[in-house]
Ligand binder design. Structure first.
Ligand SMILES: [Zn+2]
Length: 293
């Protein structure tokens, strides 16, 4: 359908926000050149060690398809989740739909591990992660005010644990995409969260984490983010503002949240749409955008 083809095609989708990441493997000669532009973060030994000792990349048997999902992705407790327009049980429903239509056999999906504190520290600061120990802060990030009244242990179990499982899925998806040519994480795609700031229902920066792990473990030299969520993806834009290894194509409605004009400066190629854009026009503009690249 699209004219743009990565050389060779490795792509992974983080379904929550309709993302595609395309990786360009590093040339064989330049395994050490991954520091090409490496700004901060995993270039430092401590971050590398965290990535190298992570358990999130594990061997997936050939009997599995590269579709990652866990029933613990879904967030539901006391009906509170219904207070946000975002459907927090959609991951399970997507999976059910794929099974019902015969595209997927539940037994063939891959169950990811939960991202640990050390995994999250590859991108996030201690202070940001500590801020999630306040139910009020989590309530602000997920935009569900009553969550501020809950004990934090409940918030951890019912909200942040599902998110951390999804982060584990996004990170693993890069490894699977390299092995199989493609992979889909049915969750993740938290594009409003950056290293230091959550928002818009996004508490962890899984896209930034996925890419940093891939740079260190998969001998990847360049990544393209194709962000097709209705919103501008301000989180990954801030995180990769100084990193020329990451090319960002963002197609979004400019008239809605998040109106992040600083992050907008870091989009390599933006396609701004108005509310009410019809499917044909949308797909034509997407084709055109991919063609330019
Ligand atoms: Zn969004």
């Amino acid at each position: 359908m699209h004219h743009w083809k990565p050389p060779p095609p490795l792509s992974l989708s983080l379904r929550s926000c309709r993302f595609v990441l395309s990786f360009t493997p590093a040339p064989a000669m330049s395994a050490s050149s991954s520091s090409e532009v490496a700004p901060t973060g995993p270039a430092d030994a401590i971050y590398r060690d965290r990535i190298l000792s992570s358990k999130l990349y594990f061997d997936v048997p050939p009997s599995k398809v590269p579709v990652i999902y866990s029933s613990s992705y879904d967030i539901a407790f006391f009906g509170i989740e219904k207070l946000h327009p975002f459907d927090s049980s959609k991951w399970g429903r997507i999976c059910q739909f794929l099974i019902k239509e015969g595209f997927l056999d539940k037994k063939q999906t891959v169950e990811p591990l939960e991202a640990s504190n050390d995994d999250l520290l590859v991108v996030h600061s201690e202070s940001y992660l500590s801020s999630l120990k306040s139910s009020l802060n989590v309530a602000i990030i997920i935009e569900v005010p009553p969550v501020s009244l809950l004990p934090n242990c409940l918030v951890q179990n019912k909200v942040l644990y599902p998110f951390r499982k999804q982060v584990g899925g996004s990170i693993l998806a890069a490894k699977l995409a390299k092995e199989r040519g493609w992979a889909i994480n049915i969750g993740g795609g938290f594009h409003h969260c950056s290293a230091e700031k959550g928002g818009g229902f996004c508490a962890y920066a899984d896209i930034s984490l996925c890419i940093q792990f891939a740079f260190v473990l998969l001998n990847i030299s360049r990544v393209m983010i194709i962000d097709l969520d209705a919103h501008q993806g301000n989180g990954h834009e801030i995180d990769f503002s100084n990193d020329r290894r990451v090319y960002i194509l963002d197609m979004y409605n400019a008239g809605i949240y998040p109106f992040d004009f600083e992050a907008k400066r870091y989009i390599d190629q933006k396609v701004e749409l108005a509310s009410g854009t019809k499917t044909k026009e949308y797909l034509d503009k997407l084709d055109e955008a991919l063609e330019v690249y």
